[in-house]
Write a protein that binds this ligand. Structure first.
Ligand code: ADP
Length: 232
């Protein structure tokens, strides 16, 4: 498989200073080194990147849990997770449908010195599935825009644009070892059911500064069975 990435995207869409940021994003400026500790070295993010990227500490933790040979970051965005996977996995396949985000991800991976362990692919993850092979798939799909918290319960089937249940089922064609990054108001029963009858799913709550931010669901061999059995 060869990378179809090309860094031809106009830089004007990539914000990297307080002055060039639109007003509605300025509140994220203070969080820049939480998102990327190497922010000052020239990290690039487009507008969505500022509110979508996984904070570095959280990405480090997920990468440790997903340690394996080949991992797919199916919706890599500006690279927060893919970069950390490159430290714990032999090879990372980082996919995104947006050329600007992929350009940022590649640039950011170079800053972290891990670009050589990441294969960047521009494309639609669902369409690429038949060609992909990996030990672990990390799913951090679109949550349908900033309104995802307005619903009491986040329904992955209807609120993830490509149907979050279908996305999980299709990913099983690659591997059972799936980590799924989801909003804090996600329907727990729904994500537990994905594991299938008789199988275990582990769900982690992610707190930042004492506030519940997101959930990560682990499936297949990513489930820490010792932890689950000791805490049952
Ligand atoms: P959010 O709702 O969390 O802001 P985004 O719309 O930013 O989510 O989507 C998350 C990432 O997934 C983005 O980087 C986006 O470009 C990417 N993406 C969306 N659809 C696909 C797809 N079908 N295949 C691969 N990447 C995709």
């Amino acid at each position: 498989m060869s990378s179809s990435f090309q860094s031809t995207t106009p830089e004007k869409r990539v914000h990297c200073s307080a002055e060039t940021m639109p007003d509605f994003l300025k509140k994220y400026w203070t969080q820049r080194s939480i998102l990327f500790t190497k922010y000052k070295e020239g990290i690039l993010m487009d507008e969505e990147g500022w509110y979508s990227v996984t904070p570095e500490d959280v990405a480090i933790h997920i990468a440790e849990r997903c340690r394996c040979d080949i991992i797919i970051d199916a919706f890599c965005g500006v690279g927060g997770n893919a970069i950390q996977f490159a430290f714990t996995c032999h090879q990372v396949i980082a996919i995104d449908i947006d050329e600007t985000k992929l350009m940022c991800a590649k640039h950011n991976a170079m800053i972290y010195g891990v670009a050589d362990r990441i294969e960047f692919i521009l494309g639609d993850y669902l369409k690429l599935i038949p060609k992909l092979k990996a030990d672990v798939v990390f799913l951090s799909p679109p949550w349908g825009g900033p309104n995802y918290l307005s619903a009491k319960t986040f329904d992955i089937k209807t609120m993830i644009p490509m149907d979050g249940e279908k996305l999980y089922r299709e990913s099983l064609k690659i591997t059972n070892n799936i980590a799924y990054y989801l909003p804090r108001n996600v329907n727990i029963q729904q994500i537990t059911n994905l594991a299938g009858r008789g199988n275990t799913c582990e769900i982690q709550e992610v707190y930042i500064n004492g506030k519940l931010k997101t959930m990560v669901a682990y499936y297949g061999e990513l489930v820490d069975m010792d932890f689950c059995e000791n805490n049952a």
